[in-house]
Design a binder for this molecule. Structure first.
Ligand code: ATP
Ligand code: MG
Ligand code: MG
Length: 375
């Protein structure tokens, strides 16, 4: 069989390797942390992402190269596209690793983003805050995740401090108008080099402290909103000629408008529900796309709620498993996924549970009654 090289060896790489191994592929993950989550289920080259020599070695040993995070060094990505087969190309990565480029690409696809401004100085920030009003959100253009690298500006007094703090990241800054959303949704699209596009059903996402907590599917929105969300994702993936997965995060407002927040050109936490709830998982779909196979059906087989297991949830989860003879009820089947990370640090993503149920309400009730996720 063929070998798939993966830049990054975190949980996304691990689940990709698990899905792809079942399809007969071999995996080599490149990651600086010894015994990384993906390295436990595949081969691993222990090296930093900017290590050109290690990347060249990965390229030599792989038939196809993909990545599981978007902050791949641009020079390394360029070298890999020149020296090996990277079906996703480097321009998708280049666009999505920078918020300004990403927003322009979304707008070019005819899709709305929150009003934004590029910020190069404190004066420009003052001007833009005056224009958008408070609250508004200042973000670093590159490198942010889980709400790191952003500042919600609630009054003009915070401007200097916000600018000073985020400027330390040494990347451009973007100010966004605050969208008073009623719900956050995401749609994961997949596109193959043949141009075939499929979307998974929209997930309704609930964040706690800027970290994804729940993905509820089907999202509790009218059918026309769900269809519109999928359609936006198709439009963006097609317009960008994306290959592989493209996760599209969006805000839904009271008047039924959808604004795209950000993109991720890889498997996404809000797509973990697909592992048991869809005919094809996001990971299998990504493997199919980068290997130029026909895409699989993205059909939802059952209502589901995905709940993340952070460091602080591991002990209560293990206690719950030890104390209960079954975690399934007549209404619910709970599927547990852990990523093999040694240290259960607070807020660290350690795993997730896909709660399959007759209704999302039953799944949410199960999550509540376990007391694992009680603050
Ligand atoms: P991720 O872990 O999803 O990559 P991130 O650090 O890249 O997170 P964003 O997704 O841009 O950050 O923002 C994190 C969260 O902050 C959003 O999911 C949303 O809840 C809130 N948020 C961000 N931008 C805005 C906005 N313009 N208006 C309202 N809320 C926002
Ligand atoms: Mg992000
Ligand atoms: Mg986000």
């Amino acid at each position: 069989g063929s070998t798939i090289g993966v830049l990054g060896g975190g949980q996304l790489g691990r689940m990709l390797a698990l899905a792809g191994s079942a399809m007969g592929y071999r995996f080599i993950a490149m990651d600086p942390t010894p015994d990384a989550p993906a390295g436990q289920v595949a081969e691993q080259i222990v090296a930093g992402y900017g290590d050109a020599e290690a990347a060249r070695q990965l390229a030599r040993r792989s038939d196809v190269i993909t990545y599981e995070f978007e902050n791949v060094d641009a020079d390394v990505a360029g070298m890999l596209t020149a020296e090996s087969y990277v079906p996703q190309g480097s321009s998708l990565l280049y666009t999505t690793q920078h918020r300004l480029r990403e927003k322009r690409a979304i707008e070019a696809a005819g899709v709305k983003v929150a009003p934004y401004a590029e910020i190069r100085s404190v004066d420009e920030l003052h001007e833009a805050v005056a224009k958008f009003g408070t609250p508004c959100v200042l973000k670093t253009a590159m490198g942010g995740y889980d709400g790191k690298g952003q500042w919600v500006i609630r009054s003009t007094e915070e401007i200097a401090k916000a600018f000073e703090t985020l400027s330390k990241a040494k990347t451009e800054l973007v100010l966004e108008q605050f969208i008073d959303f009623t719900m956050e949704l995401s749609v994961i699209a997949s596109r193959s080099p043949r141009g075939e596009v499929k979307t998974f059903p929209p997930a309704e996402n609930v964040h706690l402290d800027n970290i994804l907590h729940l993905s509820i599917v089907p999202a509790r929105v009218p059918a026309d909103i769900a269809a519109k969300a999928e359609e936006l994702a198709v439009r963006i993936a097609s317009s960008m000629e994306a290959v592989g997965l493209l996760a599209v995060e969006m805000f839904l407002t009271r008047d039924g408008e959808l604004y795209v927040n950000e993109l991720a050109p890889r498997p996404h936490n809000s797509g973990h529900y697909t592992m048991e709830a869809c005919t094809t998982s996001q990971f299998e779909q990504h493997v199919r796309a980068v290997c130029n196979l026909p895409l699989g059906s993205a059909e939802l087989l059952t209502p589901v709620v995905m709940v993340n297991v952070l460091g602080e949830h591991v002990a209560p989860l293990l206690d719950y498993l030890a104390q209960n003879d079954t975690i399934d009820t007549e209404q619910v089947s709970a599927k547990i996924h852990l990523y093999g990370k040694a240290e259960a640090k607070e807020k660290r993503k350690m795993g997730h549970v896909n709660v399959l149920a007759k209704s999302t309400e039953d799944a949410l009730h199960w999550i509540d009654q376990t007391n694992i996720w009680r603050a």
